[in-house]
Design a protein around this ligand. Structure first.
Ligand code: SAM
Length: 284
């Protein structure tokens, strides 16, 4: 066991500092103070971050840390901390590590017993959840779905029985394809698109998956939220016929419900089809 006492221990820290996701004023006093007092700031894109730092009169030396040099920077940062010097990590927007670089760095430093202090602050998914009108918790933050259609479908199928509000980051050019794939895997559900949060053109669109074809092309940054499954389809508790019926209640067609139940249960489609036909015949 190892207990980190973030503020009682004198040991130097790596600070994870959230930066604005749109509105420059969305940064805490404390974040500005930490960025002014650390010896060095590591930034995902130094050119991008220099504007923000200039705006707040922060002239701390900047160094890059992105996806492609993270491994090399880990040793560098570990050595600096060993010398008793504090550093901060920022990314282009929001909270580091949240669909952003920093994960390997934190993982390694924590494993080595270094102090990692995360400051509270901006991130896109949280305002999106609380403004959405969907149940705020439990929620599952997924981040970006895979861009390849097959992998995306596979991930969505795995999420389709969860009763949690599902939260995704998505690029506007992939939005429609993702929503179509969600319709196929989830059936009918409420969806919320929180776009350009904290910016002048902030917009929150609430629709149902069946209305996707009416959605115009959107631009900008967006968070996509989807209502969870209405019932927990625990495979141990429901047989194939009940499973099909639950999916029918969720708005699937009979054909899609059979396909979806078979896929989720890892059995042949025909097996579920036959079971469902027998059940229907018995009803008559
Ligand atoms: N680290 C960031 C955070 O804490 O939210 C996320 C970085 S990720 C590379 C960028 C994605 O976050 C965008 O593609 C979008 O899905 C979401 N995002 C960032 N800023 C946003 C905003 N102002 N409004 C809506 N979504 C935003």
């Amino acid at each position: 066991m190892h207990i980190q006492r973030s503020y009682l221990d004198e040991t130097p820290a790596l600070y994870l500092v959230p930066t604005p996701i749109g509105n420059l004023k969305d940064i805490t006093y404390r974040s500005v103070e930490i960025l002014q007092t650390v010896a060095r700031i590591y930034a995902e894109d130094t050119r991008h971050s220099s504007g923000l730092l200039r705006h707040y009169g922060i002239d701390t030396p900047l160094r890059s840390l992105h996806e492609h040099n993270e491994s090399a920077r880990i040793e560098e940062i570990d050595n600096i901390l060993a010398e008793g010097v504090e550093v901060a990590l920022i990314t282009d927007a929001g909270t580091p590590l949240i669909s952003d670089p920093g994960g390997r760095l934190v993982d390694t430093l924590v494993a080595r017993g270094r102090k990692v202090v995360a400051l509270p602050g901006p991130t896109a998914f949280l305002p999106a959840i609380v403004a959405s009108g969907l149940p705020p918790h439990p929620f599952l933050f997924f981040g970006f779905l895979p861009s390849k259609a097959g992998e995306r479908r596979q991930r969505l199928r795995a999420l389709s029985t969860l009763t949690y509000t599902l939260v995704f980051y998505e690029a506007p050019q992939r939005l429609h394809a993702s929503l179509e794939a969600m319709k196929e895997s989830f059936g009918e559900r409420r969806v919320v698109i929180a776009r350009e949060l904290s910016k002048k053109y902030e917009e929150i669109t609430r629709l149902r998956l069946s209305e996707v074809h009416d959605l115009p092309k959107l631009k900008g940054e967006l968070v996509l939220l989807v209502e969870g499954a209405s019932q927990d389809v625990s495979l141990e508790r429901v047989d194939a016929v009940d499973h099909v019926q639950l999916l029918l209640e969720d708005g699937f067609s009979e054909k899609d419900a059979i396909k979806q139940a078979a896929s989720a249960r890892g059995v042949k489609k025909n097996e579920v089809y036959m079971a469902y036909q027998r059940y229907k015949t018995n009803l008559e």
